[in-house]
Design a protein around this ligand. Sequence first.
Ligand code: MG
Length: 364
Amino acid sequence: MKIEYVELRQLSVPLREPFHTPHGTVSNKKLTLVSLWSDGLRGTAESVALSAPSYTGETQESVWHILKDFIAPALVGAEFADPSDFQKLFAWVRGNPMALAAAECAVWDLICRAQGISLHAALGGTRTRIPAGRSIGMNTPDMLEQIRRLMDQNYHKIKVKITPGSDEAILAAIRREFGDGLPLMADANSAYAGAASLASLDRFKLMMIEQPLAWNDLLLHADLQRQMQTPICLDESITSLHDATLAIRLQACRIINLKIGRVGGLATARAIHDLCHKHGIPVWCGGMFELGIGRAFNLAISSLPGFTLPGDTCPTETTFDCDIITNPLTIDKDGCMPVPTGPGSGVEPDEDMIASLTERKIRF
Ligand code: MG
């Protein structure tokens, strides 16, 4: 399959409510949409980088630069027999996994559409419904009511953000209200400097504590995991198959949050999944404020057998007033989201909505 032309669009979409994390506040989501055309078919994917280099080093501005000046021009005229060809073509690019992932996911979408198969089937997915989870931002004034509403909808996991100083009050309030049976986890986004106050959080019986320490310090996480009963889940620390191999070898975590963008695309995400599955490390798929196209990719990867824990994926309407697809992703009465079964990602871009949200675009 030969790529005939490529389009990049940068969109700006306001969140329904600002979302506070230890990294800062997100109130407006910018995303870069990569579209590729071949033989009348189109493959499309979102880049999930944030606007500031707070979660990873990439930003929407850096993603736009890398896609516009290096990746998109090289894609025009490129031939793909298999999505794995993408990694060979761009093996020379260092870093910039979120820019690469957006283009790689668009290639997967295009090839699956050309072959008439769904992305989840192409990846080897075995699940047809994904248990939904929801991440709640810091300083959410109606946090307890929000959790009650989510439980009423049969959500399978509640994730809250914690920082030193705020952790005990937040977790105690939730446990007091809902008891120990609530499937609860806490994400620290590297807000802690050391192990001192963390082991005391064991009493809250969390499903896991996510990325408590520095993103680039696996040794400190390994030390902490030896002191804590609560499983540590790594997020920001895992940017490659090598990182995952090292984390498992060092016993720096017992769970991994697998995000397609953070690891550079679906091929690496699947390889990390396979490695974790082999070592009995459960994985789940975290969220990056994706719109419908990005969430469809998250559902597809979550259909792999090692995704045994509920992720952050839930319907777009929980975060935004609009979506960029014409067939919205839904949640059923059991709190599960059906994995799209149509060709490729299984969702169709809403051209009018995309046009109305576009801030800049370029074609190659
Ligand atoms: Mg996280």
